[in-house]
Design a protein around this ligand. Structure first.
Ligand code: PFF
Length: 452
């Protein structure tokens, strides 16, 4: 059990804020044309992500076990179909896929701590920063080394139990990370590219929206909030009964969004001021940030601290990705946490080699279409499994759980509150997910034609 509501906020915010905010959000916003993507993303966070997070915490606290056993327990207790338990299993699989590449990218961040510190980027140009990153990508051995280090640290922390390491890490790194993002923002404002950066992120043009962008924006909303796979459900199981769920969830979602938007506002001005390409893909953060700090006073020091904080943010997220599977195996087989963590993460590490090679030796190997192993694992887990998991989680909370359970968990004390919950969780969130799937399958252009 978390020792207080505050600790749950820290842990859940630690899970939410991670590579998804600082590395992923800017690069996929860049790839998907900015404005329209960002708007759909924000709508998905508020209308779909928040209700699903509420559902996860309340289900977790009601069941008080790992997601798989929580679902098993609740379906038995309330005489519902056992198929709901599949939610738990899919979450475990999604987490496994996500962690496999998450650890690789987090390894890049660790490497960049040293690179910043040794002055590699002092006074560099955009071209140099780009070239340095490409050279790093070309060497699989080096990448495997940092990937292994990150996985090792994760296993160590997870094996010892979550709370002790987590509290002190998050309490310090969150405010610090935010301060450094503000420093970068200040740099962006004076770089000459700020207006262009803001314009790119917030100018909305229907013409540039594609069906694919809807799906990617929704997937990103799930990924960044850590919902759809049971991670928040697993953490919810440790929430004290006295804590209020609603206020907590809204705080976490708001914090997470602020960090992502700040990261975008810091990165895009640097892109435009230096003639870089906003749609360059996963390397965006690793080219723009070194470039910015390299041209600031004491940049080597602050740049190293920045990547250190990003690595911390990644660890607190990685821990939560393992929790659904870990908690289940510990419960089911009465196994030692550390032993389970080693086994689980070893398999994950192995799959991660596929991601490492996607950037060099196997960059021509495509699983389907033009998706490399990394792109495929990322696409399936983020854009398909998380939204699907989230859809069933919110449906379960809204329709399969008895009303009284939800009422007491969320402390819905009047008709208005109940109506808001019923509308968001019972209608808006599920329809939101379904319509994005529909737009993707049918194609946005075809839908536009139908309605015009
Ligand atoms: N929310 C994390 C991030 O934005 O980096 C990633 C993540 C954590 C995804 C936990 C899923 C999860 F269950």
């Amino acid at each position: 059990m978390w020792s207080s509501r505050w600790l749950f906020v820290l842990a859940a915010a630690g899970s939410a804020v991670g590579l998804g905010n600082i590395w992923k959000f800017p690069y996929i916003a860049g790839e998907n044309g900015g404005g329209a993507f960002v708007l759909v993303y924000l709508a998905c966070v508020a209308l779909v992500g928040v209700p699903i997070m509420l559902a996860e915490v309340l289900i977790g606290r009601e069941g008080r076990q790992s997601p798989i056993n929580t679902m098993r327990f609740l379906t038995q207790q309330h005489h519902r179909r056992p198929t709901w338990v599949l939610i738990g299993w899919m979450g475990v699989l999604a987490g496994f896929l996500i962690l496999s590449y998450y650890a690789v990218i987090a390894g890049w961040a660790i490497f960049y701590i040293l690179r910043m510190a040794d002055g590699t980027f002092d006074g560099v140009t955009g071209e140099y920063a780009n070239q340095a990153f490409n050279e790093f990508l070309a060497n699989p051995w080096q990448m495997v080394f940092w990937h292994t280090l990150f996985m090792g640290v994760t296993v160590f922390i997870v094996g010892r139990g979550v709370i002790r390491g987590l509290e002190s890490a998050i309490r310090w790194f969150m405010p610090l990370l935010f301060v450094l993002l503000l420093v970068l923002l200040g740099y962006g404002v004076t770089s000459g590219g700020f207006a262009q950066g803001v314009d790119f992120m917030f100018r909305f043009e229907w013409g540039s929206v594609t069906g694919e962008a809807f799906l990617v924006a929704m997937g990103q909303a799930f990924f960044t909030l850590s919902v759809g796979m049971g991670a928040i459900m697993a953490y919810g199981a440790y929430v004290p009964s006295s804590a209020s769920i609603t206020g907590t969830v809204v705080t976490i979602a708001a914090l997470d969004t602020v960090v992502a938007v700040a990261a975008g506002l810091a990165i895009f001005p640097i892109v435009f001021a230096n003639g870089l390409e906003p749609g360059q893909g996963p390397g965006l953060m690793f080219v723009t940030i070194p470039l910015a700090f390299g041209n600031l006073p004491l940049g080597a020091l602050f740049g190293a601290i920045f990547f250190l904080l990003v690595s911390f943010a990644a660890i607190t997220s990685a821990i939560s990705i393992t929790e659904p599977a870990l908690a289940y195996l510990v419960e089911e087989y009465n196994a030692k946490r550390s032993r389970v963590a080693i086994t689980l993460c070893s398999f994950c590490w192995l799959l991660g080699i596929g991601t490492v090679l996607s950037f060099n030796e196997w960059s021509d190997v495509h699983v389907v279409g033009d998706l490399t192993i990394f792109a495929f694992v990322d696409y399936v887990s983020q854009n398909i499994m998380l939204p699907l998991g989230g859809l069933f989680i919110v449906l379960f909370a809204a329709y399969a759980l008895p009303k009284a359970v939800v009422q007491s968990q969320l402390r819905l004390s009047n008709r208005a509150q109940e109506l808001i919950w019923r509308t968001l969780a019972g209608v808006v969130a599920p329809l939101g997910v379904l319509s994005v799937f529909l737009v993707t399958i049918v194609g946005f252009d075809r839908l536009k034609d139908w309605f015009s």
